[in-house]
Design a protein around this ligand. Structure first.
Ligand code: BTN
Length: 262
């Protein structure tokens, strides 16, 4: 990732003032965490790496992070989070991702709670972590985003085994290499836009934007949560991130997180 090219393309007011670009890290979420605890970064700081040796996904999963082809990015959010619901930041990120894909001519779908799919396959995931610093006596939030940009079908087939047919990339979908700096800058600009909306209008505005992009209300879905499977029609998602499903026996199930199965 070319730092100066990226910097020139960023036009945000809030997020991305400070950007750190690395060749290889354990996980961008971890590096951002350490930089904050060391007192070296402020709200809005961004860490990007060309590769990760211990990229992490939701539910202790591994995020396969080959070098030089994808985006691995983490952002630090400090103000206002005490007053907000944490899932709102995952929703905010999904909105920004969907807009960014659309700027590259790609239609994408949001999969509750935190995935982005293209043609029914995963192209991006968000890992939002709330932390507390005893040193600064403050809560802070790390938003980690992984995007499959130029990873090839051959790599996916070779390295991702049983999930290989559930994963795609921008290159696979669009048929050519994507400019990673351009994508990253647009994503940061869009994240900044939604963050500004959140600051001015609060969580409800983000939930509304997210719901208008989600379009699953009224659909019959299945959600696996640990070893339970919930089936029902989507009633709503609330500002705390809970999914409400109306099951066959007309009961409402309230689910905080799980894997939607199509
Ligand atoms: C998921 O879909 O389970 C979330 C995946 C999040 C991956 C990103 S890559 C950048 C950041 N660093 C990590 O270790 N994880 C997130």
């Amino acid at each position: 990732m070319n730092f100066s090219k990226l910097k020139k393309l960023i036009s945000s007011n809030n997020l991305g003032d400070e950007i750190f670009v690395f060749d290889k890290v354990s996980s961008t979420n971890e590096v951002l965490d350490s930089l904050y605890e060391e007192g070296r970064i402020k709200h809005g700081a961004v860490v990007i790496s060309d590769s990760q040796t211990s990229g992490r996904g939701r539910s202790e999963r591994i995020w396969i992070s080959p070098s030089g082809v994808n985006l691995y990015i983490s952002l630090l959010i400090i103000p206002d989070i005490e007053s907000a619901n944490i899932p709102i930041f995952t929703f905010l990120s999904s909105c920004a991702l969907k807009d960014t894909f659309s700027e590259f001519g790609m239609d994408s779908d949001i999969k509750w709670p935190n995935d982005i799919l293209v043609s029914g396959k995963k192209i991006s995931g968000v890992l939002t972590e709330l932390k507390h610093s005893s040193k600064f006596n403050k809560n802070y939030l790390i938003i980690g985003i992984g995007v499959n940009i130029n990873i090839t079908k051959e790599f996916i087939n070779k390295e991702m085994n049983e999930i290989s047919n559930k994963v795609t990339s921008m290159k696979i979908e669009l048929g050519s290499d994507i400019d990673r700096e351009k994508f990253t800058a647009k994503l940061i600009n869009n994240l900044d836009h939604y963050y500004e909306e959140f600051r001015q209008h609060g969580t409800i505005k983000i939930l509304d934007s997210w719901l208008s992009k989600w379009n699953m209300v009224g659909q019959f879905i299945r959600v696996s949560v640990d070893d339970r499977l919930y089936k029902g029609v989507v009633e709503k998602v609330d500002e705390n991130g809970f999914l409400y499903l109306r099951t066959d026996n007309n009961k409402i199930e309230r689910i905080i997180s799980g894997d939607m199965i199509f």
